[in-house]
Write a protein that binds this ligand. Structure first.
Ligand code: XMP
Length: 330
């Protein structure tokens, strides 16, 4: 009979047998459920010989880097390094305004550079420890649906998923891949997360894309727009939570269109940014439906965002289904 605790024991044994008793394993974490579960499993198996790396690309949500650090290190005991590479990412994104694919490539490429140079540092530092040995393995939180998708996506549609977790990094690093979740579906990963003591908030967290706010800000990414989107998103999500809607919605966020619209503030006309609110329900993220909020809820969120976030004159709600839209904006 298959049970979660047996799965954990078996995976830990399998990981130990694979990596041996010397050498290091590295893996990027995002604070999402997949990478956190994979990292926790790896930590149970080999302790601090597993090195988790969080790259702060400057495109994370409000206080996200700090919160992920707190949960992963204090609560889960994961050996984590946080790299603040915000400036590097933002300076490369500056001036890119009408090419979403280019944004993704810049963000993905910079991520690889930052991650690789950190890997080299970690390897050097580990050379003088009791567990001396090179990094031979790269941990990835690939799930079964990712495996299937990357096999079936061939031809022109491949470009739909240039962001994919599968591929890219390992070949550049000549590392062997270790993917403890590759036979699991999302709901099984959540169960596994609960079994490993990962807090429910994290286990049930909505997905957040690797390029982060970079694909929720339509047009050029600037520090001001990031500040605005962070505040607006935090208000929207906290209203969703207080209304008890978080777990009925698959993904929700505030984004920003790079246009300014006129509004009134007090007795003055202003010319400020437009916030777009988006919330969807979906089972597989390949198709999705706009979430039907009550009108009063949306008006409450709009009022708070326009009042509390400086630089915003309007909020719009985007109910577009997928297709024809996508869940993100770019
Ligand atoms: P779209 O916008 O394509 O999103 O309907 C479907 C799901 O995939 C996520 N997504 C990404 N995840 N890197 C990621 O790691 C990306 O470049 C990326 N683009 C979209 C999106 O958040 C949604 O859950």
């Amino acid at each position: 009979e298959w049970t979660m605790d047996k799965f954990v024991d078996q995976e830990i044994e399998r990981i130990r047998a694979l990596v041996g008793d010397k050498g290091q394993v590295i893996g990027a974490v995002s604070g999402g459920v997949d990478s956190t579960v994979a990292a926790k499993l790896m930590t149970r198996a080999i302790g601090d010989r597993f090195h988790a790396v969080l790259v702060d690309n400057g495109l994370l949500r409000l206080n996200e880097a700090e919160q992920v650090k707190e949960t992963l290190t204090k609560h889960l005991g994961i050996n984590l390094t946080v790299i603040d590479a915000s400036e590097q990412f933002l300076s490369k994104l500056s001036g890119i305004h009408d090419d979403p694919e280019k944004k993704r490539k810049i963000i993905g490429g910079t991520f690889i550079d930052v991650f690789l140079s950190k890997a080299k540092e970690i390897e050097k530092a580990a050379a003088n420890t009791a567990n001396a040995g090179p990094i031979e393995w790269l941990l990835q939180g690939t799930l079964y649906p990712d495996v299937i998708e990357s096999i079936s996506f061939k031809g022109p549609s491949q470009t739909i998923k240039t962001h994919h977790n599968v591929g890219g990094l390992p070949s550049k690093m000549s590392l062997k891949l270790i993917e403890p979740l590759r036979e699991l579906f999302k709901d099984e990963v959540r169960l596994l997360g609960a079994e490993l003591g990962i807090p429910p908030d994290l286990v049930w967290r909505h997905p957040f894309p690797g390029p982060g706010l970079g694909i929720r800000i339509v047009g050029e990414v600037t520090p001001e727009k990031i500040r605005i989107v962070r505040q607006a998103d935090s208000i929207f999500i906290s209203e969703i939570r207080s209304a008890g809607l978080y777990n009925q919605i698959s993904q929700a966020y505030a984004g920003l269109y790079s246009v300014k619209a006129v509004g009134v503030a007090g007795d003055k006309r202003v010319h400020e940014w437009v916030i777009v609110l988006r919330a969807v329900t979906t089972t597989d993220f390949m198709t999705a439906d706009g979430y039907e909020f009550e009108w009063g809820f949306l008006k409450g969120v709009m009022r708070r965002i326009c009042n509390e976030v400086s630089g915003v004159s309007r909020c719009v709600y985007d109910p577009t289904s997928k297709p024809p839209g996508t869940i993100e904006q770019e």
